[in-house]
Design a protein. Structure first.
Length: 315
């Protein structure tokens, strides 16, 4: 156990999640404020002494992405100047994670830029959940813990009727993660091969035992809802019954909400609260699970020097 006091702080992006984590750990949420000036600038202030403490700062960087990222960077600077012992950034939804490589020439590798910014501001550990590409871990020269939402989503499905179901990976890149769900739930794994075109996403092959089975599709992000369009290929390949989706990060743009509401083949969409889910997005088909127990467990393990291997996305 560290000899330095444990303190948890939150930016303004998702204070409710941070408060849930603190409640589970039976410690108060650190006092801080974020002001937004009329010209768009941010001002952050830590309102208590944090000298020589182990700080965990919780700040997912969803919309508005740039404001939340800038707020995170300002807090890291404030903690460093306040002489904390160590500052750990918990970023459940990591910004720019889908820009992790050059698809064509003259593009920025934006995820690497974010990694550099975080390190330059003195963060000493970064923790995120189901990042779009786990290889982003290699962009850092500090400890990085890529967590999986499996300990949150998996037990939920064990309480549901999943007889005659199959776990579906929407693309080859998700196959490893989806394989862990299939193993945990003792279900067959189906992998879809898809191709992005100018008009959207097109599935070209469905590999695995889907005939007569109900699909449970696992993915990291649901934004515009392009993953939902894969249903046609699944049912053409022989899937039966209504589909379930299990998505870690609920960006949920209006087009996705509209598709979920209108698509009769979708039974439910299970998401986590890695991002806030406001009331207008909480339609009947959407179930929100809290990752606060997962984050509180990780914080406790790190603070007390225990292993977190069984919580990582890639082992």
């Amino acid at each position: 156990m560290s000899e330095h006091p444990l303190t948890i702080f939150s930016g303004s992006a998702h204070r409710q999640l941070a408060q849930e984590v603190c409640d589970l750990l039976s410690i108060p949420l650190g006092q801080s404020t974020t002001q937004r000036f009329p010209d768009g600038e941010l001002h952050v202030e830590i309102e208590e002494v944090v000298r020589d403490q182990d700080v965990f700062l919780i700040q997912p960087c969803g919309s508005p992405v740039n404001d939340n990222l800038m707020e995170l960077l300002l807090y890291l600077d404030a903690f460093r100047r306040a002489s904390v012992h160590k500052v750990n950034a918990i970023i459940p939804y990591f910004p720019y994670a889908r820009q992790e490589r050059m698809v064509k020439g003259r593009e920025a590798i934006s995820a690497r830029v974010v990694a550099n910014l975080l390190e330059n501001q003195g963060v000493q550990r970064v923790i995120f959940v189901d990042i779009h590409n786990p290889a982003i871990q290699g962009f850092f020269n500090i400890p990085v813990d890529p967590l999986s939402a499996l300990p949150v989503i998996g037990p939920y499905f064990k309480t549901q009727d999943i007889s005659n179901a199959a776990i579906v990976s929407p693309d080859v890149g998700r196959a490893t993660l989806c394989g862990k769900y299939a193993e945990y739930l003792n279900l067959p794994l189906v992998v879809m091969h898809k191709r992005r075109t100018a008009s959207g996403v097109k599935s070209t092959h469905v590999v695995g035992e889907i005939v007569g089975r109900r699909p449970i599709i696992i993915d990291d992000i649901i934004a515009s809802g392009s993953t939902l369009s894969l249903l046609d290929a699944l049912y053409q390949a022989g899937a039966q019954g209504k589909a379930c989706f299990a998505i870690t990060h609920p960006v949920l743009l209006p087009s996705a909400i509209q598709t979920i509401r209108a698509e009769e083949r979708i039974e439910s969409v299970v998401v986590t609260n890695s991002l806030p889910v406001p009331s207008e997005k909480r339609i009947d088909k959407i179930t929100v699970l809290s990752i606060a127990p997962l984050l509180s467990d990780i914080i406790s393990r790190i603070y007390h020097g225990r292993s977190i291997t069984d919580r990582l996305t890639v082992s």
